[in-house]
Design a protein. Structure first.
Length: 151
């Protein structure tokens, strides 16, 4: 019986030792991503401002130097858009600056149909270095004037 107790004690000691060693290794592995954290924070610092359609309408009325950016497809744009809006479909905004947006400090008011694509596009523009990007959701919430393009 003494032999069984000694074996059990030895087994438990070995298990505890291995658990301690494995926990120690795990803690060291988790500390490695912390050194990469500053680069993540730098990437996240590029941002845009989300506003509502009423705020966007006020900016259109009061500001002089701005671009209204419609990021829907050309077909959606032609079916109805905010007057003077420029169409640059979201999927065409990549890692290169769109030629239509030459001034990175200019006020850019971004919208789509419902807000999903405009958020994506606004973040892409912020990541490209545009500093004054305002995203205001979708044209479905727009109460101002819209115009259509002939087909």
């Amino acid at each position: 019986m003494n032999s069984i107790i000694k074996r059990t004690a030895l087994l438990l000691t070995a298990i505890l030792f291995l658990t301690a060693v494995l926990c120690g290794c795990t803690a060291r592995e988790q500390s490695a991503p912390d050194s990469a954290a500053p680069s993540v924070a730098v990437r996240e610092s590029a941002s845009y401002t989300q506003i509502d359609t009423a705020q966007a309408a006020r900016l259109i009325e009061t500001e002089k130097d701005y671009i209204i950016l419609d990021v829907r497809t050309e077909q959606e744009y032609k079916a109805g858009h905010i007057p003077n809006a420029v169409c640059i479909p979201n999927e065409t905004i990549t890692d290169k600056e769109p030629p239509e947006l030459s001034d990175k400090d200019q006020l850019i008011l971004v919208y789509c149909r419902s807000g999903r694509r405009s958020k994506e596009a606004a973040q892409k523009l912020a990541d490209l270095g545009y500093t004054n990007v305002k995203e205001f959701g979708g044209i479905i919430d727009w109460t101002g004037e819209t115009v259509t393009e002939p087909e």
